[in-house]
Design a protein around this ligand. Structure first.
Ligand SMILES: Cc1cc2nc3c(=O)[nH]c(=O)nc-3n(C[C@H](O)[C@H](O)[C@H](O)COP(=O)(O)O)c2cc1C
Length: 423
């Protein structure tokens, strides 16, 4: 039997080899793939001549596995050029996700790789990583660049950026996409912090529809991944979002999240889910409601009032990553489990180990997570000082052991979340 590579087969092969950018593979990483493919065709020919399909299939299996491993995005070796693996992976699509979408909201200094992995473990279907400065990226900040790293288990992952210069925002998207290939990008148009809005970043972009449009369009032009936007209800008036959301949709945003407060409100008052719902009804792209969903029971209410396609959970997930599986249970009409002290301590340990790996063994920056993990937990107040002094995983383990010995480890406890605000 003679193997004949027909034009149709050649086309199919070409389409498998296609880059994200639709350009021919341009860098050295594509060449070994080409060689493997050529070898495969050659072996197919030999195997077919010998009439041995087993040889053929086992070779093909090995070849595909090897190719995938070679082209995976690695933390130590950021991938440039053709992204074979990304091409094989189904493209992330907000509209195709199972509804309601209950995702982890971006939080500066909090939703890093370590915390996102813990949230994923408790069924967060999508995670938004903390914002990165586009200017920091384009001006060569290594710290900003390193913030974009993630592990494959965090997928689907959306990287949020902040900035107001359309060119820098496009360049920043390109840099992160080339190096790490997240599943989507998000632009911060909601941050109310003075340091951010004084540079016309964050919520300030809601005051300039033209600039906001240019930013979204530049980001979209830089990637094939969906670009989403995170808004507030407005700068001053909660009704501003009703028109602004149409601007964002017209600029090509694939999804919008609305935090139900204005910039002027900061974090005071109550999130207005009803106004979020009114804005949602003005567009046809998916909209997520955000703000004040701090308990599983509240999730159903926020969805009902806003009529949104899902929720972004921020403070409700801090020290409480279980909230995602608990919301899942509530939405299915099932009772949810509250972790015992021992289970809580085990997750704290696991999170601390991941955190220490990420920050070269240092646990000082983990203390803020400890505050959240033990907020409102019986007896934890007495251990606060001990927790606030830990600098290593070993010190944390010793403090946790002392706490568990004293308080037993079988009780299920739900922390009391104060609505007081962190940022
Ligand atoms: C510590 C902290 C950091 C935050 N950082 C970001 C950020 O990087 N990007 C962003 O869009 N929102 C950020 N936010 C806002 C949250 O994502 C969310 O919109 C807000 O907290 C309201 O939701 P919640 O009531 O569920 O907390 C941050 C909030 C907190 C508490």
């Amino acid at each position: 039997m003679v193997l004949c590579v027909t034009p149709g087969k050649r086309e199919a092969m070409n389409s498998i080899m296609k880059c994200d950018s639709d350009k021919p593979p341009s860098d050295a990483s594509a060449r070994p793939m080409m060689r493997s493919m050529t070898n495969a065709v050659f072996l197919t020919f030999i195997a077919s001549v010998r009439g041995s399909p087993r040889v053929f299939f086992s070779y093909m299996g090995r070849m595909v596995r090897r190719t995938l491993n070679r082209s995976s995005v690695s933390v130590d070796r950021p991938l440039t050029g053709c992204r074979f693996r990304a091409t094989l992976r189904a493209m992330f699509d907000w509209s195709a996700l199972k509804k309601p979408i209950i995702a982890l909201s971006p939080m500066a200094d909090m939703t890093d790789s370590a915390f996102c992995r813990v949230a994923k473990k408790f069924a967060a279907p999508v995670v938004f990583r903390e914002m990165i400065s586009a200017e920091g990226l384009v001006h060569g900040s290594e710290k900003s660049f390193a913030m974009g790293r993630f592990e494959q288990e965090e997928r689907p992952i959306v990287q949020q950026l902040f900035g107001a210069d359309p060119k820098s925002m496009g360049d920043a998207v390109r840099m992160i996409d080339e190096a790490y290939s997240p599943d989507g990008f998000d632009v911060n148009m909601g941050c109310p912090v003075y340091k951010i809005v004084s540079n016309f970043n964050g919520a300030a972009l809601m005051r300039d529809a033209k600039l906001a449009t240019a930013v979204i369009e530049s980001m979209r032009a830089a990637t094939t991944k969906p670009v989403s936007v995170k808004l507030r209800l407005g700068w001053q008036e909660p009704t501003e979002v009703l028109e602004f959301i149409k601007v964002v949709e017209a600029a090509g945003a694939a999804l919008v999240t609305i935090h139900g407060r204005t910039k002027a409100q900061g974090y005071s008052g109550v999130a207005d889910w009803d106004m979020v719902g009114r804005a949602k009804r003005n567009v046809s792209i998916p909209v997520l409601c955000n703000g004040d969903v701090h308990a599983p029971e509240t999730a159903a209410k926020a969805l009902e009032v806003s009529g949104c396609d899902g929720l972004l959970i921020a403070r409700g997930a801090l020290g409480n990553p279980w909230i995602f599986s608990q919301i899942d249970a509530v939405l299915q009409g099932l009772p949810y489990r509250t972790p015992t002290l021992a289970e809580r301590a085990a997750v704290v340990r696991e999170h601390a180990v991941l955190h220490a790996e990420l920050y070269r063994g240092d646990l000082v920056s983990f203390r803020k997570h400890l505050t959240w993990y033990f907020k409102g937990i019986p007896g934890a107040k007495a251990y606060r000082d001990a927790f606030m002094r830990v600098s290593t995983v070993a010190e944390l383990e010793a403090a946790l052991d002392r706490y568990l010995t004293e308080h037993g480890d079988a009780r299920a406890v739900t922390p009391v979340l104060e609505t007081a605000v962190a940022a």
